[in-house]
Design a protein around this ligand. Sequence first.
Ligand code: F6P
Length: 537
Amino acid sequence: MKNFNPTQTNAWNKLQSHFETIKDTHLTSLFKDTNRASTFTIQWQDFLVDYSKNRITEETKTLLLELAEEVGLSEAITSYFGGDSINATEGRAVMHTALRDFSDVAFQKEEVAQVRSSIKTFTKSIIDGAHKGATGKTITDVVNIGIGGSDLGPVMIVEALQYYKNHLSTHFISNVDGDHVMETIKDLDPETTLFVIVSKTFTTQETLSNATTVRKWFVDQLGEQAVENHFVAVSTNLEAVQNFGIASQNIFPMWNWVGGRFSLWSSVGLSIALAVGYDHFEQLLKGAHEMDIHFKEQPFEENIPVITALLSVWYNNFFGAESEAVIPYTQYLHRLPAYLQQAIMESNGKSVDRNGNRVTYETGNIIWGEPGTNSQHAFFQLIHQGTKLIPADFIGFKKSLHGNTDHHDKLMANFFAQTEALMNGKTEAQVLSEFEGSTLSRKRIEQLTPFKVFEGNKPTTTYLIDTLSPKTLGALIGMYEHKIFVQGVIWNIYSYDQWGVELGKQLAKQILSDFQDVNTSKHDASTKQLMNSYKKD
Ligand code: F6P
């Protein structure tokens, strides 16, 4: 991939001057153009992506697209899908897209198909009860033990697809917090529970500790010989899994070319397939694959991941926005922001460019959010009237799954109302007119008015999707994955490594052994004081 400083490109310089001319323009004035809504909308399959409530003009879009061309985005996309080692610091290709490619030309087609087929066979045997536990009972509960990408993707999707769920109860253990482990297993019956241990590396402290505790709890009740019917694992590290005591026929492999935070499409998605059945899992993959094709083939000006990534760059690097909110208007997507935090922040939270130099510009944005309407009653005040600019993604669905149109209309009325309010705000004149006929004194009205004014001009992008289905969900997640890629290309950073999480892991190991003798350990005075206080209790 090309190596450059994006701020040195012609397009960046033009964007900088353009920014100076547009930065104070209010969105409401841009809407004097009666074609604006349709000009800045992409309709793709069941998705209507309306990005007209963003602080851009046609010139902004042209310049952002010029930037994409100038940094070599087209060639980068070819390298990404072509299996080049674009994760250069780890010497790996980034091929999670191959996991959802059912075509004849797919990368490692046979191996991928074989793993999919074993997921299908296994999940069917658990769901229809053919696979029995060691004491002859059918499985009723599935516990996924993993962390980071080995947890967040599966839990987010299982929650999102609750409507499509079968009779199995699915549980997730991720935190090394023993209380989390014990709370999860305390009411489970080992005779009817399947444990899925998910760790790409099979070296992650949290997952191995949790799996060891759970295995012991299980063996204490049913004995060692029962493990085979109740424990399966997903990993690239087959040897470590076998050493842990899981038979080779119970291992679902994955590959090094699948990054942890992009792995839900692989056998890491086993608990998804168990929860909603293999056919729904396949629909999820197919939806993502269709987004892959859209991303690869659609001209940039009509390309959802490209446009949305460019908008992020626009706010991050020109407006100085530090964070972005993701607000799904469905309770089913309540784990989406947490999932995207890992996907986006672990990928683009980098400060060294592809030359190994400290970047001279901002990179990855902070991602946060909660479902609407709950979030309206929590943090929306700050988005509306705070001092920070927070571009937000609003994700909503035209149809409710349970068909309660009364509730759905209320939900969606809020969805549309918020983006409109964020854009328009409320002027002083509007506030004053609302006071007309009020019994308040003129003085009191004058005092209150500034607090009731909303500046507006807060940017949002609306994703209006027909229904929440495995297919549309796959496409939505695929869209964010490609958005991450585009941003990484523009910022000239490596999006697919995560060295930043290593230091904390190393130190935690050290501190664990230093608990034995805190005073002679080499920690700073504050850390020693805290460790001593912890050990005394
Ligand atoms: O947080 C660091 C990380 O390496 C993530 O990238 C990964 O998803 C997670 O740990 C879990 O890793 P593993 O699947 O190897 O246990």
